[in-house]
Design a protein around this ligand. Structure first.
Ligand code: MN
Length: 333
């Protein structure tokens, strides 16, 4: 007998794909049961074990993990928790990141229901449940919104492209603001408003901040070669804008860009972006370096990040530059 506190937990990535995926799952579940009790948690791959620790496992009835890449460093802890949970409730993991795809069999072996396939977005993998919601047209829009925000290709739908721009800008302003993320999901599920007014206001403030940070980034180039540029923003508060600054520089300069910034006082993240036409595997290089030095990496071949203890950052950066120059110049020949 389930207690009245019983609820469904959705742990998702805090980006647009993660938010859209959560909204689609909630809309689907509420279509089946309008009285559904659910809670949404936001997590990064490297903090999934901590996020699981915040969930009231006693009252948990069903667990979804969406758009979160398996982090090999914490695999043992996470798989132990999920293996225990799977014995008494349904655990569903839907994701499109390579590390989750390669762990699919291991996840299934501990009883997790996995959908892990190569796809433009995690929301793509949820497309079939869109038809089992109150408003398939709206949720199909959310799938395409997630695909546009996750895929590097230029979108062909101007209305959705501008929605993606406004929404990702609004999320960048205060990346840790989970209430705002829940508010967005709430707007999508309850009102089916794609871009609420709050998002527009945050977007405008974020644009202003981005303009200042683009300026600053060009003054903080610490390494520059024909194929690779490195920007050190460890002294600036850029969290939420790092990917955007790196992408902007990669596009303007037509070369691979690494951007270093700080999270808290003891962690440094190196995030990399490569122009579409460059044959490079940033994820592979970061994973290799993470195996040598520790730290945790994730992403895609053209957009990846690695998080490290602050004290290791300079040494690891040198190593990454060496690896990238070797692989980039080989391909340029
Ligand atoms: Mn995604």
């Amino acid at each position: 007998m389930l207690s009245s506190k019983a609820f469904t937990a959705i742990i998702t990535h805090g980006d647009l794909d993660g938010l859209a995926s959560a909204a689609i799952v909630v809309a689907h579940l509420m279509h089946i049961n309008p009285h559904l009790k659910y809670r949404v948690y936001f997590s990064q791959p490297f903090s999934l074990h901590l996020t699981l620790g915040r969930v009231d496992l006693q009252a948990l009835q069903k667990l979804y993990i969406l758009d979160i890449a398996v982090d090999v460093e914490h695999w043992i802890t996470v798989s132990q928790v999920l293996s225990e949970l799977s014995k008494r409730l349904e655990v569903v993991w839907v994701d499109h990141h390579p590390s989750t795809i390669s762990k699919r069999a291991d996840l299934e072996a501990i009883g997790v229901k996995v959908t892990a396939e190569q796809a433009p977005a995690t929301a793509t993998l949820l497309r079939e449940i869109v038809n089992e919601t109150e408003d398939p047209v709206f949720y199909e829009k959310l799938v395409r919104l997630a695909e546009i925000s996750d895929a590097p290709a230029a979108p062909d739908d101007a209305e959705l492209a501008s929605a993606v721009e406004v929404l990702s800008g609004s999320l960048a302003l205060e990346p840790q603001d989970e209430d705002f993320k829940r508010l967005l999901i709430g707007y999508w599920v309850k009102k089916r408003v794609l871009v609420p007014e709050e998002a527009v206001e945050r977007f405008e403030a974020a644009e202003e901040k981005a303009r200042r940070l683009y300026e600053e980034a060009t003054n903080r180039v610490v390494y520059d070669s024909p194929l690779l540029r490195v920007i050190d923003l460890r002294e600036t508060r850029v969290y939420g804008f790092a990917g955007r600054i790196a992408s902007h520089q990669a596009k303007v300069e037509g070369k691979t860009v690494l951007l270093m910034f700080r999270i808290g006082s003891d962690s440094v993240v190196i995030t990399g972006r490569a122009p579409e036409e460059v044959g490079v595997d940033l994820l592979g290089v970061f994973a290799k370096v993470a195996r040598e030095w520790g730290g945790s990496g994730g992403g895609h071949p053209h957009a990846a990040s690695i998080r490290l203890p602050a004290g290791l950052a300079d040494k690891v950066l040198d190593r990454i530059i060496g690896e990238l120059e070797a692989s980039l110049s080989k391909r340029a020949l």
